[in-house]
Design a protein around this ligand. Structure first.
Ligand code: SF4
Length: 214
């Protein structure tokens, strides 16, 4: 069993970010069959690795209710997790596909879908306590893998580290006092279509991270 992590996360109707709460309301009208709520983290209850994404995609996680599930970014992420033994079962682009994560959990820095995939700095800051609490409540963690600069900065803020001391760069590895942070470009369709991020580059980051697997 690989439970979602809903406990301690935001309320289903969290309205701390007025713009995102309004967007969610609009989407409940436009797409009534979608999940349309803060998307809970997904994965192992005692992970050693936390993958931190940006925010739910409108027609991906915001639709299905599971991070990275149902859109292009999830295809590459779950394929890569499977290749490194961090996921078991077949990824079926749906939350009832039976996929389980092994030693790994996926969270988002911002838990609600933002318009055009762009949360504001204020929204990232407002949602930060949920990531901070999740990290603090997961003593099994050894490593975090940030997908993109916003996720990277959220991890640094959650761990109260200075951003200037740990700049984001694809492939960078940061030692954060008992936790290691690995950086990757986000596995978005845009980044892969433009070859900013290739599957090989993505796998290379995970290859480094799994050296810390207990
Ligand atoms: S992004 Fe986070 S803080 Fe903002 S409304 Fe959603 S759950 Fe609440």
């Amino acid at each position: 069993m690989t439970p979602d992590r809903a406990a301690g996360g935001p309320a289903h109707d969290c309205a701390l970010c007025p713009r995102l709460a309004g967007f969610r309301t609009d989407n409940r009208t436009a797409f009534p069959a979608y999940f349309n709520a803060p998307v809970p983290s997904f994965g192992a209850p005692e992970p050693w690795l936390l993958v931190v994404g940006l925010a739910p995609g409108l027609h991906g996680a915001n639709r299905t209710g599971r991070p990275f599930t149902g859109d292009y970014a999830g295809d590459l992420l779950y394929e890569t997790l499977s290749a490194f033994g961090l996921a078991r079962g077949a990824y079926g682009r749906a939350p009832d596909d039976g996929l389980e994560l092994s030693g790994c959990r996926i969270a988002n820095a911002v838990r609600c879908v933002p318009p055009e995939n762009k949360p504001t700095p204020a929204e990232a800051k407002t949602c930060l306590p949920f990531l901070t609490a999740e990290i603090a409540e997961t003593p099994s963690l050894r490593a975090l893998l940030a997908l993109g600069a916003i996720a990277h900065n959220a991890v640094l803020s959650a761990l109260e580290r200075r951003k200037a001391a740990f700049p984001f760069a694809h492939g960078a590895v940061h030692e954060l006092g008992g936790l290691t942070l690995f950086d990757s470009y986000h596995c978005s369709r845009y980044n892969t279509n433009t070859r900013r991020l290739t599957p090989e580059m993505f796998r290379a980051v995970f290859a480094q991270a799994v050296t810390l697997r207990p």
